[in-house]
Design a protein around this ligand. Structure first.
Ligand SMILES: Nc1nc2c(ncn2[C@@H]2O[C@H](COP(=O)(O)OP(=O)(O)OP(=O)(O)O)[C@@H](O)[C@H]2O)c(=O)[nH]1
Ligand SMILES: [Mg+2]
Length: 249
């Protein structure tokens, strides 16, 4: 518990047996609940996590071979804390910075904090192709959604439990990451802010297909926007049909 709030930490995981000790061995004491959701892990991730005494759930659903979003959704559903933290399980995000983030959140009455790796802080290690890709996707988000963000692909966020309905009905793949931020930021009853963090280098080789994932994000951002417009049109059409029907009564 921190400042009278219970905290749930949600960790999506696929084949992170080597990294789990680094992250689970350094969890601050005030965290009340740790939920690891393994998706299609073929290594010892589940056993290693269970040895640390945390809640481990398996969710092997995938979308285009990826289950990152499904894992987050399952963890969010299971989380009981007043504050829910989502963070990658590869030890690259600074869980130790949570007190600063939560202090800021409570002081400024923020409902959803997205932890931004940009502008880069000293010591942050992010491959150039990823930095360029994030800049392009940030620009797309700005043009399509009118939302100015510094890091649409951050893998760490912190939100009050009241924001759950707005953030937990989403993409099962990597697109969960932009979607969670867009949904929170565009929800007028929630306040959304980015908070700067430092990112550490990943241990071991990356399995991320940066170009393919980036392209899928770019396409998803566009189709999500277009389907939102179509849904609005349909809703407006239904409302006017109901009004017309009412005027004939
Ligand atoms: N549940 C689930 N988790 C996944 C999946 N793929 C990756 N993960 C986890 O999601 C988090 C982010 O995945 P990473 O492989 O680090 O992706 P990234 O941060 O974009 O790429 P890197 O630069 O390699 O770190 C990690 O905790 C992974 O274990 C998946 O398909 N399902
Ligand atoms: Mg990573």
């Amino acid at each position: 518990m921190y400042k009278n709030k219970t905290i749930s930490l949600c960790l999506p995981c696929r084949n992170e047996a080597k990294n789990i000790p680094r992250i689970l061995g350094n969890i601050p004491e005030y965290i009340d609940e740790i939920i690891v959701v393994s998706n299609c892990s073929t290594d010892d991730s589940i056993d290693v996590a269970r040895k640390h005494g945390v809640v481990v759930i398996e969710d092997n659903r995938t979308q285009n071979g990826i289950g990152y979003g499904f894992a987050h959704q399952t963890a969010i559903e299971a989380a009981t804390g007043d504050i829910v933290v989502g963070v990658d399980c590869d030890g690259t995000y600074p869980v130790e910075a949570l007190t600063d983030i939560i202090d800021h959140m409570l002081a400024d009455k923020i409902d959803f904090v997205s932890c931004s790796r940009y502008p880069l802080q000293e010591g942050t290690r992010i491959p150039l192709k990823l930095r360029v890709g994030v800049k392009l996707l940030n620009l797309e988000v700005r043009l399509l959604y009118g939302l100015k963000v510094k890091d649409i692909l951050s893998g760490m966020w912190v939100f009050r439990k009241e924001a759950k309905p707005s953030v937990n009905q989403m993409a099962g793949d990597w697109n969960f990451s932009p979607q969670v931020k867009i949904n929170a930021a565009k929800n007028t009853s929630l306040s959304f802010k980015e908070f700067p963090i430092l990112q550490r280098a990943r241990l071991g080789h990356s399995h991320q297909a940066y170009f393919k994932t980036g392209l899928r994000h770019a396409i998803w951002l566009l189709t999500n926007k277009l389907s939102g417009i179509l849904r609005k049109d349909e809703a407006a059409l239904n409302t006017s049909t109901v009004q017309e029907a009412a005027s004939f009564e």
